[in-house]
Design a protein around this ligand. Structure first.
Ligand SMILES: Nc1ncnc2c1ncn2[C@@H]1O[C@H](COP(=O)(O)OP(=O)(O)O)[C@@H](O)[C@H]1O
Ligand SMILES: [Mg+2]
Length: 319
C-alpha cells in the first residue's frame, strides 16, 4: 500500500459550493487538483476571498466537498463521516490564523494538550505527562513546567500559536494545514514560527499545506507554490521557478506588490474588485482585473496547462 512514490495527499478536481441568496451558489473551490508528498510543503497563495481557507477546511473534512476526491495514503476520504473523520484527524490536523480564538481562555496549556491525547485514546499507550513535556519542548515553549500551568492570556501571540501547533502535533499527524499561521502575529516573531514549521518538516517528515497571502513567506517555507484566484489555480510551480519565471498576470501582480522583488511595478493593476465566485460565471475569474485581458478571456475559461518543469499556468496570455 504505502509506496515511496505515492503522495501522502492527492486532491483531484475538488469543488466546494455554498448556497447564497436567490437560490444561487458560490464555488469558492472550483476544480482544484494537487498532490503533496510526505515531508513536502505546498504554499497556497492568494488574496482574501480566493477560497484558501475553504480548501484547508475541506482537507481536514470540516466542510463537505461537492465534487472531486481527496485521498490520503491512497484512501478516499472525500465523504467520510463520524468515527472515520475522528480517526482521519490522527493523520491530518489544522492550525488556524487566530491563536487566541482557537484556544479556550479557561483552560491551561497542559489541559489543551491533554485533551487530544485523551480524545484519541493515546493516554492508553503513552504517558500523558511526558508527552506534554515532549510537545512543549518540540515547539520551543520552555521551561516546560512553567508553560504547562499558563492560561492563554498569560502568553504572547507567538507563544499561543506554538501551543496551537503543539496541540495539532499531539496525535502525531503526517500532514498539517497551517492557515495563515503568522498573519495575526507581530512581525518580529513571524520568522520564529516559520522556522519552527520548517524544523518540524525536517525532523518529523511532516507535510504542510501552508496558506498565506504573502509570496515571500510562501517561498521561504514552500517546496512548491500554488497561486489561487476565484477558487481556481492560476499557476503552480516549484517555488524558485515560480518567483523567477512568473507566467500568470495575477502572479506577476502579486510579485509586483512584494517588497524587494525584481518584478516590482512589472504590470499595472487595472482595478481591485473581489473575485466573482458565483456558479455559472464564464471565462477567466481574473479577467475583470487583468491588464492583458482580451475578449476571449471573458468568454473562455483557460485550462491549467503545463509549461514544463512542473510549471503550469491557466491563462490565454501567459508571459
Ligand atoms: N460556510 C460558508 N458559507 C458560505 N460562504 C462561505 C463559507 N465559508 C466561506 N465562504 C465564502 O467563500 C469565499 C472564500 O472564502 P475563504 O475560503 O475563507 O477565502 P480565503 O481564505 O482565501 O480568504 C468567501 O466569499 C467566503 O465568504
Ligand atoms: Mg482564509
Amino acid at each position: 500500500m504505502s509506496d515511496a512514490n505515492q503522495p501522502l495527499l492527492r486532491v483531484e478536481d475538488l469543488v466546494v459550493r455554498f448556497p447564497i441568496a436567490g437560490r444561487q451558489y458560490i464555488r469558492p473551490v472550483d476544480g482544484v487538483s494537487f498532490a503533496i508528498a510526505p515531508g513536502e510543503v505546498l504554499s497556497l497563495v492568494g488574496e482574501s476571498g480566493s477560497g484558501k481557507s475553504t480548501i484547508g477546511k475541506a482537507l481536514v473534512r470540516m466542510v463537505e466537498p461537492a465534487g472531486g476526491t481527496i485521498e490520503v495514503n491512497g484512501q478516499d476520504v472525500t465523504h467520510i463521516r463520524g468515527r472515520r473523520i475522528k480517526d482521519y484527524r490522527e493523520n491530518v490536523q489544522m492550525v488556524f490564523q487566530d491563536p487566541f480564538g482557537s484556544l479556550n481562555p479557561v483552560r491551561t496549556v497542559e489541559q489543551h494538550l491533554a485533551f487530544p491525547l485523551r480524545k484519541h485514546r493515546m493516554d492508553k499507550t503513552v504517558n500523558v505527562n511526558a508527552k506534554i513535556d515532549e510537545l512543549l519542548e518540540k515547539v520551543g515553549l520552555t521551561p516546560v513546567a512553567d508553560t504547562r500551568q499558563k492560561f492563554p492570556h498569560e502568553l504572547s501571540g507567538g507563544q499561543r500559536q506554538r501551543v496551537a501547533i503543539a496541540r495539532a502535533l499531539a496525535v502525531n499527524p503526517k500532514f498539517v494545514v497551517a492557515d495563515e499561521p503568522i498573519s495575526m502575529l507581530d512581525v518580529s516573531i513571524r520568522a520564529g514560527i516559520l522556522k519552527l514549521m520548517n524544523d518540524l518538516r525536517a525532523d518529523m517528515n511532516l507535510a504542510f499545506l501552508y496558506i498565506t497571502h504573502d509570496l515571500a513567506s510562501a517561498r521561504y517555507i514552500g517546496n512548491r507554490i500554488m497561486v489561487l484566484y476565484g477558487g481556481k489555480v492560476m499557476e503552480t510551480a516549484p517555488s524558485d521557478e515560480l518567483l523567477r519565471h512568473p507566467s500568470h498576470p495575477y502572479t506577476r501582480l502579486l510579485l509586483a506588490a512584494t517588497p524587494g522583488s525584481r518584478h516590482q511595478g512589472d504590470l499595472p493593476e487595472t482595478s481591485n474588485t473581489a473575485p466573482n465566485l458565483v456558479e455559472g460565471r464564464r471565462g477567466c475569474p481574473f479577467a475583470s482585473r487583468c491588464p492583458l485581458v482580451t475578449s476571449e478571456c471573458h468568454e473562455v475559461e483557460p485550462a491549467l496547462t503545463t509549461l514544463g518543469d512542473n510549471h503550469s499556468v491557466a491563462c490565454h496570455h501567459p508571459a
